[in-house]
Design a protein around this ligand. Structure first.
Ligand code: ZN
Length: 476
C-alpha cells in the first residue's frame, strides 16, 4: 500500500494593509466589523488598488520555494455566494498565477527529498461567520464579521509527492520555518495564519487507487498528522475489505478524534472565473526580482549546512539551532563571545529549549551574555555543572546575571582544599575499614569518601578537587 498526499496551504501575509484597500491587515481579535471600508466590503463603485508589499512578499516566498516567477500575472474573480463574502466573488489568481514549478526539500532519513510545488498565487481572504446560540431564549443566529475580508493570502499547492502523514507534518513545519525566516507570515496555525487542506488517497499492491478524500479543519501540526493518520487507516481498511471510500470532504473533529463527513460527493463547482476588470495585470521586471533575491535572508537549509561546516557540530544540533532565525542568531552570538560551539549547543538544546518550550514567542528571552557567563562560572570551578543547571530556570525567569544569583544564593562551590581535606580525614578516622580496603586495592571505595564530602557540603564541593584530594590522602 502506498499513501499519496498533496497539500493546499493558505498563508496570511504580514503586510500592514489589506490586499486591495488601506485598511489594517492586523485584524486578529479586533472588535467585529471595525476594520473595514467600502472596498473590502464590496460597496458599489468602490475600486481596489493592489498592495505592493503583498506582491513583494509573494515573490519573496516564491523565490525561497525555488519557484519560477512569472513576469506577467493577473487577478481573476472567483464567483460564489456565501454570507461571509460581501462582493459575491473572491479576487484570486486563477489563469495566470504569480509563480509555478517550485520545490521544497525535506530531510527524510539520510535523503533530501524534493516535494514539488505546483503553484503559488495571491488572493484575498473572506470574512468570518460566528454561530451563536442564546442559552435563555434558545434562539440561534449567525453573525458575520467582515474584518478578515480582503486580508492578503498566498495559496501554495503541492504536487501529491508526500507519502505519509508524518511527512505532511514535516513539510508544513519546514514551510512555516521558511515563512518565518522570510518574515512574510507569522505562520501561526492556531490563529489561522497558516491553514492547510490535504488530499489523501492510497494505492494498493495491484496499483488500484482509492478515491481521493479531502481533509479540512486541521488547525495545528499535530492535528494534520493525526487526521491524516486516521484517514489513511480508514482508506486502507476499506481497500482491504474490497470496497472503496467515498470521494468527499471530511473535517477533523476534535472531540471524537476522528474525521467526519462535511460534504458528500461534490460536483466540481462552477466558479465562473473571469479576469478581474478593475485591476491591471501585475507586470514585474527582472531587476525587481533580482533585488528581492538579493535581500533574501539565509534560509534554514543553508544555515544548517553552514553550522555543521563552520562550527563542527552534529547535524541534529544544527537542525535544532536553525529551526528559528532567533535561536540561530542567539547561538552565533554566544559562539562569537565564547568559541565553544558544541558546549554552547548542548546548553541551548537542553536547558534553554526546555525553558522556552511553553513560550509563544520565538524570541530568546535571555542574552548571550547570560549563557556565556554561566559556562564560564563552571569552567572556573565556581559552580558545579549540576548547580549551573539548577540555576538556569532562575536566570531564565528573572534575567539576573549568573554571578549575581551565585552570590545571592550563597551557591559558591567549595574549592577550599583545607575544608575538603578536613572532611576526608574525619571520614577516614570514622571508617578505618574503608581505608584498609582502599589500600588493599579496592579502589571503588573512593566513592564513599567523595560521597562523605558531598554530603557535608550539600553537594557544593568541587567534585574534581574532592577526587584528587581523597586519592592523595588515601594513597599517602
Ligand atoms: Zn478595507
Amino acid at each position: 500500500m502506498k499513501t499519496v498526499i498533496g497539500l493546499e496551504i493558505h498563508v496570511q501575509l504580514l503586510t500592514e494593509t489589506k490586499a486591495f484597500c488601506s485598511c489594517s491587515a492586523n485584524v486578529f481579535e479586533k472588535a467585529p466589523n471595525t476594520m473595514i471600508c467600502p472596498v473590502c466590503t464590496g460597496q458599489p463603485g468602490a475600486l481596489p488598488t493592489v498592495n505592493k508589499m503583498m506582491i513583494e512578499y509573494a515573490v519573496r516566498t516564491a523565490l525561497a520555494l525555488n519557484c519560477e516567477i512569472h513576469r506577467f500575472s493577473r487577478f481573476d474573480r472567483k464567483n460564489y455566494f456565501y454570507p461571509d463574502l460581501p462582493k459575491g466573488y473572491q479576487i484570486t489568481q486563477y489563469f495566470y498565477p504569480i509563480a509555478t514549478n517550485g520545490c521544497l526539500e525535506l530531510d527524510v532519513g539520510k535523503e533530501r527529498k524534493k516535494v514539488r510545488i505546483r503553484r503559488l498565487h495571491i488572493e484575498e481572504d473572506a470574512g468570518k461567520l460566528m454561530h451563536e446560540g442564546d442559552a435563555i431564549t434558545k434562539a440561534h443566529h449567525t453573525l458575520v464579521d467582515m474584518n478578515r475580508c480582503g486580508v492578503p493570502l498566498i495559496e501554495i499547492v503541492t504536487e501529491p509527492d508526500l507519502t505519509s502523514p508524518r511527512e505532511a507534518r514535516r513539510f508544513l513545519e519546514k514551510l512555516r520555518s521558511i515563512l518565518r525566516y522570510l518574515r512574510v507570515s507569522s505562520g501561526d496555525m492556531e490563529k489561522g495564519a497558516l491553514r492547510c487542506d490535504a488530499n489523501i488517497s492510497v494505492v494498493d499492491e495491484k496499483g488500484f487507487s482509492s478515491n481521493r478524500v479531502e481533509v479540512k479543519n486541521m488547525n495545528s501540526f499535530k492535528f494534520v498528522e493525526k487526521a491524516l493518520q486516521f484517514e489513511q487507516n480508514r482508506i486502507i481498511q476499506a481497500l482491504k475489505s474490497g470496497s472503496n471510500v467515498e470521494k468527499e470532504t471530511r473535517g477533523w473533529d476534535l472531540t471524537s478524534k476522528t474525521t467526519v463527513s462535511m460534504r458528500g460527493k461534490e460536483e466540481e463547482s462552477d466558479y465562473r472565473y473571469f479576469p478581474e476588470p478593475d485591476i491591471p495585470p501585475v507586470v514585474i521586471s527582472d531587476e525587481y526580482i533580482e533585488k528581492i533575491k538579493e535581500s533574501l535572508p539565509e534560509l534554514p537549509d543553508q544555515k544548517k549546512d553552514r553550522f555543521t561546516r563552520d562550527y563542527g557540530i552534529p547535524e541534529l544540533d544544527a537542525e535544532v539551532l536553525t529551526s528559528t532565525r532567533e535561536l540561530a542568531d542567539f547561538y552565533e552570538e554566544c559562539v562569537k563571545i565564547k568559541p565553544k560551539p558544541k558546549e554552547i549547543s548542548n546548553w541551548i538544546m537542553t536547558e534553554l529549549l526546555r525553558e522556552m518550550k511553553n513560550s509563544e514567542s520565538e524570541a530568546v528571552p535571555i542574552s548571550p551574555r547570560h549563557l556565556v557567563e554561566l559556562i564560564e562560572l563552571v569552567e572556573a570551578g565556581s559552580v558545579s555543572i549540576k548547580m549551573a543547571k539548577e540555576m538556569f530556570p532562575e536566570i531564565f525567569a528573572t534575567k539576573k546575571m549568573p554571578r549575581q544569583i551565585v552570590e545571592e544564593r550563597g551557591l559558591k562551590q567549595v574549592n577550599d582544599k583545607d575544608v575538603i581535606e578536613k572532611i576526608i580525614k574525619q571520614a577516614m578516622e570514622q571508617n578505618p575499614k574503608a581505608v584498609r580496603q582502599y589500600r588493599s586495592g579496592k579502589k571503588g571505595v573512593l566513592g564513599y569518601f567523595v560521597g562523605a564530602v558531598m554530603k557535608q557540603t550539600q553537594g557544593m564541593a568541587n567534585p574534581q578537587l574532592v577526587n584528587e584530594i581523597a586519592r592523595k590522602l588515601l594513597e599517602g
